[in-house]
Design a protein around this ligand. Structure first.
Ligand SMILES: *Cc1c(COP(=O)(O)O)cnc(C)c1O
Length: 224
């Protein structure tokens, strides 16, 4: 069995004391790995690729809560809109518009997180802090009636420099508090930050949702 159930129980244990939610990131992994974690109680799974998510959702238990954590193109929203539980990587108003449109079409309210660009790498996506605050303060978010903005999501730089990672998470946490002063606190609650290599730091800096893949499922093989 390639799923590390010991790591799963240990991580769940660590998270339970602080009430942090776990999204098990199963991208590139076979259905059987997901079932193995499902059978010991995990319901929240994260995927990065639309087609892979659609295929998995069709053949796995219906009560799985699917998180889309990758970069989402507007023209692919329609494929996941009927069933997705939470979209983490919303990084533009154009994408919000399309998600709202598809949510209306499917008579759903879709929950999303706004992605913020906190890393030094250009390759990562997200609003920068200023444009995020401009968008929140403008009130334009309230026109998307079939979307609920549940929180923020961010990824730290891929670096050995833990001080940099701390600073990046801390800046996102600070931004989260600022937005919280404006958006409805009944719904704006989730700060999704932290992966296998940095989740402990993320939690220290205020994360309440971590996205963990390789610690649970082993290293990914993208060559397949
Ligand atoms: C792949 C991925 C993860 C999980 O990464 P691990 O290092 O395997 O824990 C988390 N978040 C996002 C956005 C990802 O793309």
């Amino acid at each position: 069995m390639s799923v590390n159930t010991n790591a799963y129980h240990q991580i769940k244990n660590e998270l339970s004391t602080s009430g942090v939610e776990l999204v098990a990131v199963s991208k590139t992994k076979p259905n059987q790995d997901i079932i193995d974690l499902y059978e010991i109680g995990q319901r929240d799974f994260g995927e990065n690729y639309v087609q892979e998510l659609v295929d998995k959702a069709a053949s796995l238990p219906q009560d799985i809560q699917w998180h889309f954590i990758g970069h989402l193109q507007s023209n692919k929203v329609k494929y996941i809109a009927p069933f997705v539980y939470l979209i983490h990587g919303v990084d533009s108003e154009k994408l919000l518009q399309e998600i709202n449109k598809q949510a209306i079409k499917h008579n759903r309210v879709i929950h999303i997180l706004l992605q913020v660009h906190i890393a030094s790498e250009e390759t990562k996506f997200g609003f920068d802090a200023n444009s995020l605050m401009e968008f929140i303060q403008s009130g334009r978010w309230s026109q998307y009636q079939n979307i609920v903005i549940k929180g923020l999501m961010g990824m730290a730089s891929f670096t050995e420099d833990m001080n940099q990672v701390i600073n990046e998470f801390s800046s996102l946490s600070h931004l989260f508090q600022q937005v919280k002063n404006i958006l409805p606190t009944t719904t704006f609650k989730t700060l999704s930050m932290g992966m296998s290599s940095d989740y402990a730091i993320a939690i220290q800096e205020g994360s309440n949702m971590v996205r963990i893949g390789s610690l649970l499922f082993g290293a990914r093989d993208y060559a397949k």
